[in-house]
Design a protein around this ligand. Structure first.
Ligand SMILES: C[S@@+](CC[C@H](N)C(=O)[O-])C[C@H]1O[C@@H](n2cnc3c(N)ncnc32)[C@H](O)[C@@H]1O
Length: 270
């Protein structure tokens, strides 16, 4: 297939649209990446060029093509128990506090790996009576496609490579026959986890208040001012004393709220 040329001008329009709508910071050197990710979609739709595609995205009243564009330009990489130290910190903190009830938010949940990992740990803590029986996890993301997959709760086994045999037995169902190589979350675990769409660049008050928030590996896609706004907005939904996690490679937390560092990427709200 022939590569479609992406002019500076249309690239600037795409950058503007993505920044304004979802905070995505597409630096000038990302022009080739944008072209490689959107080009095949434009050809599949039988459109002439990027200009025609942008017109399609903006005139599609249902927003379906806009969602597709968001999906193609964002990164959804995730896996179960990513950065295990954060789960250890959460367990240690909860073991000291022994809360009767607990609400946890995976604020850029992608395919749901993080939300279900949290649920596995909380289910075990509840069984050991470290936390009370009233606990739940909410996963939110901007992408409808990843949310649909998260609700299904079925994964290629490789994504659970960091999950112990014991946990796999306890919380998952192994596929056989045609489903060989796939792993499904057990219904009792799924019942504790819900998913919904939320754009971190808009108001998120509707999600309510949480005791623990995971906001990991999403801030890297925003520019400085957007990062600060997103962190402030998300922290407003965290109860005082609540636990807050970002990816440990994501650097300093850009916010005015007072956070007490616990380990890299893990904080307690003062
Ligand atoms: C790399 S994944 C992170 C998944 C998980 N938190 C982890 O650390 O493994 C980043 C996710 O952020 C989502 N995202 C990007 N911009 C967003 C926004 N403005 N609001 C909500 N989610 C967003 C993407 O759709 C993607 O699924």
């Amino acid at each position: 297939m022939q590569e479609l040329p992406l002019s500076e001008q249309v690239f600037a329009q795409i950058r503007g649209l993505m920044h304004e709508s979802i905070g995505l910071d597409l630096a000038p050197h990302k022009r080739t990446l944008v072209s490689a990710r959107l080009g095949p979609r434009i050809q599949r739709l039988g459109l002439r060029d990027f200009d025609a595609y942008l017109h399609r995205v903006c005139s599609d009243s249902g927003g379906g093509e806009f969602q597709m564009m968001v999906d193609l330009l964002t990164t959804h990489e995730t896996y179960f128990f990513r950065e295990p130290r954060h789960f250890d910190v959460m367990e240690a903190e909860l073991s000291e506090r022994r809360p009767a009830s607990l609400r946890v938010w995976s604020a850029a949940s992608s395919f749901g790996d993080e939300a279900y990992s949290l649920a596995m740990l909380l289910s075990e803590l509840a069984a050991r009576r470290v936390i009370g029986r009233e606990w739940s996890v909410l996963g939110t993301d901007i992408s409808e496609r990843v949310l649909r997959s998260a609700i299904e709760g079925v994964y290629p086994a490789d994504r659970l490579r960091h999950v112990s045999e014991e946990r796999l037995k306890r919380h998952c169902l192994q596929g056989h026959g045609e489903s060989e190589g796939l792993v499904a979350m057990r219904p009792d675990l799924k019942a504790r986890v819900s998913f919904g769409q939320a754009n971190l660049c808009h108001s998120v008050q509707g999600v309510g208040l949480f005791d623990v928030v995971f906001l990991r590996n999403v801030l890297i896609y925003f520019d400085g001012p957007t990062k600060t706004e997103v962190v402030e907005r998300v922290l407003a939904q965290l109860k005082p004393g609540g636990l807050f996690f970002i990816g440990s490679a994501e650097g300093r937390v850009p916010c005015a709220a007072s956070l007490v560092p616990i380990t890299p990427g893990a904080f307690r709200k003062a």
